[in-house]
Unconditional design. Structure first.
Lengths: 323, 331
């Protein structure tokens, strides 16, 4: 085991897989220089300019060329630099990558990984801060990965690169410096298996990505007051670990979903609706979502802070839930 | 092609391919009119020389991407009309298991990476296929068929720029039928057009008479050879004419009748037929090729009409491996 930051853990995961499988290549802006976040540092020297391709700022073609290479047997890591730029490649992602296997009757499995560093980070304002993972959970044909720890970022990235399904990998920008312990070799972590971060009977708290450490801190504050909750990190929101969440809510009767994305039509709505549907309202005492208001992410620190979920808000929400 | 016998055989093959494409689409139009084919149907009647002339120069391991008007590209690349027709009908046995239809014919076994319902959608895919082939050390190439409307979309600029940067083995074919859906392409395209745009990015580009199968064949032969030997991307601007409307239900009545009549006089099949006749191919032989093509497509239509519909459960297959069927169905 070695202690590294989340971004270094994911760098080592990609490095391991590129050594393991020469069909894996990475394309995106500045990747030959190590990538915007250092997630491909030293890749160029080891793998050369055919497999580590710094591209023009041409998001449609970064996405579409990655797909085209997959159709002839390559396994691209498509780097979007910052999630928000994927809007320039939505045809290639939504109409092409997500559809091509189905639309052609299974003739092709587009084994692509699309990496999209997302979320609020150092006051980057409305076009560099979004969390729109729920959009993609709504899109048939793709996997949606939303890790919050170094261990999960590494293991899920290995799984993503080995997957024959297209995987949308949401790197959590704000957590890149968070340390964790990773093994060598890095073992894949299966999609759709939640991680239990705390155990208790008072309520079930579900979270993922950058909101997860916030939820964790809130739950620690609650524990200090003697309120113990089940805390689940979904790790992937499609597929999501329905069974684990339902089993927990069956026990606690109370559910809080915490995410950084906008609350309206966020993935929390899907979780709450599913749980109520499966368990029946009679078996549930209370449900609640804690997420962002439906406003763009503002720039100024106090304004941005207004949008964020906080440990204090988690404490308040759980207390209202169990009142 | 120095041997006159070889040359005659090649022209005969081009003629046969074109008559098969024409017969396929005329049969499909009739079937659509009769209510046998659901959904939109975009035919390329009048444009057959483009598909035939370009694909005659491709190997089976060369890849192509195509657009919404792609039946001809698929047939010329080697796809089976019978399985295409089954797909158009939405029946079992079609190329895409009833999930694609006319706009999404693909046959990966012959290098046909799919027709695309989004204008210019195939350009980045072809560029990436070429990049993958280059990484693999293959001498196969990718060819990208798109229309005049596609040159006004961003992926055209991005894809050509990209292909030059990485010196990729890709042939761009702009199949210019003069009309983007219901709008004359020239009325929505600034500047001198596709050739100048390509040259500005350093892509070798020439214009070809797309209603002359021999011209297309010759130009494609030279371009494919250059692309295959590693000279980087090339572009063919192939000028043709769409005799029919945008879709099977569009009469394209906005066009002056004389314009269509004039275009019919340049019908690429009749033109190549005249050349073959001059070189001694008799009317019986030419007629037989047309009749054979019609019979093949009529049989495909009958078979498609008789074929069973796909079972409803097939709707849940081919989505993705992870989770498989369980979570794609609502409970």
């Amino acid at each position: 085991m070695v202690e590294v930051t989340l971004i270094e853990a994911s760098r080592r995961a990609a490095l391991q897989e590129m050594r393991r499988d020469e069909r894996v290549w990475v394309l995106g802006e500045d990747v030959a220089r190590g990538g915007l976040w250092g997630q491909y540092k030293d890749f160029l020297g080891e793998f050369g300019e055919q497999r580590v391709v710094s591209t023009p700022i041409s998001e449609s073609t970064i996405m579409g060329a990655g797909l085209g290479s997959a159709l002839v047997g390559m396994r691209p890591i498509i780097e979007m630099r910052i999630f928000d730029f994927v809007m320039c490649a939505m045809d290639e992602l939504v109409n092409q990558i997500a559809k091509i296997r189905y639309m052609f009757g299974g003739q092709a499995k587009p084994a692509v990984v699309v990496r999209m560093p997302h979320g609020m980070w150092r006051n980057s304002a409305a076009q560099h801060s979004q969390m729109l993972e729920a959009w993609f959970a709504h899109l048939p044909g793709v996997i949606v990965v939303t890790p919050s720890t170094a261990e999960d970022a590494a293991g899920l990235l290995v799984q993503a690169i080995r997957s024959d399904d297209p995987v949308l990998f949401f790197d959590p920008k704000d957590l890149f410096g968070v340390p964790g312990n990773i093994a060598d070799p890095i073992e894949p972590i299966p999609f759709g298996v939640a991680r239990r971060a705390a155990e208790g009977d008072a309520a079930t708290v579900v979270s993922w990505s950058a909101a997860m450490p916030v939820a964790t801190k809130g739950c620690e504050m609650l524990a200090a007051e003697g309120i113990k909750v089940d805390l689940l990190d979904l790790r992937t929101i499609w597929p999501w670990d329905e069974a684990a969440v339902i089993a927990s809510v069956k026990k606690t009767g109370r559910l809080l979903v915490v995410h950084e994305a906008v609350e309206v039509a966020g993935f929390g709505a899907e979780i709450v609706a599913t749980v109520v549907d499966r368990l029946g309202p009679a078996n549930i005492k209370a449900v609640k979502r804690l997420a962002a208001p439906r406003i763009p992410i503002p720039f100024s620190p106090p304004l941005e802070a207004e949008v964020r979920v906080t440990p204090e808000k988690v404490v308040g929400a759980v207390k209202r839930l169990i009142a | 092609m120095s041997d006159p016998g070889d040359n005659l055989r090649r022209l005969t093959d081009l003629y046969r391919t074109m008559t098969r494409i024409r017969a396929f689409e005329e049969t499909a139009l009739e079937a659509h009119k009769a209510g046998e084919i659901p959904g939109p149907l975009h035919v390329s009647i009048g444009q057959e020389a483009v598909a035939a002339g370009v694909c005659a120069n491709l190997r089976i391991d060369d890849r192509i991407t195509s657009n919404h008007r792609g039946h001809g590209h698929a047939i010329a690349k080697g796809a089976e009309p019978k399985r295409m027709m089954l797909e158009l009908f939405g029946r079992q046995g079609g190329y895409c298991r009833g999930k694609g239809g006319s706009m999404h014919i693909a046959d990966f076994s012959v290098g046909m990476l799919g027709a695309n319902g989004v204008v210019a959608g195939g350009i980045p895919i072809a560029v990436g296929a070429a990049q993958g082939l280059k990484m693999q050390g293959s001498d196969a190439i990718a060819t990208c068929m798109f229309g005049d409307g596609a040159i006004n979309r961003g992926p055209f600029l991005e894809g050509l720029n990209w292909a030059v940067l990485y010196k990729l083995p890709v042939l761009f074919v702009c199949e210019d039928n003069g009309v983007a859906a219901f709008t004359r392409a020239e009325s929505v395209t600034a500047g001198p057009g596709v050739i100048d745009r390509a040259k500005a990015l350093g892509v070798a580009a020439i214009t070809v008479d797309g209603n002359n199968a021999m011209s297309v064949d010759d130009a494609a032969a030279a371009a494919v050879a250059a692309v295959r030997r590693g000279d980087g991307p090339h572009l063919l601007h192939v000028r043709t004419y769409r005799i029919t409307g945008h879709t099977s239900t569009d009469a394209a009545a906005w066009r002056p009748a004389e314009e269509v009549t004039e275009a019919r006089s340049r019908d690429p099949i009749a033109r190549l037929g005249a050349v073959l006749a001059e070189r001694g191919v008799g009317p019986t032989e030419l007629g037989k090729m047309i009749e054979d093509a019609k019979a093949e497509m009529a049989a495909a239509r009958s078979e498609a009409n008789a074929a069973p519909w796909p079972a409803a459960g097939i709707a849940y297959e081919d989505v993705q491996d992870t989770g498989a069927v369980a979570w794609s169905k609502s409970h």
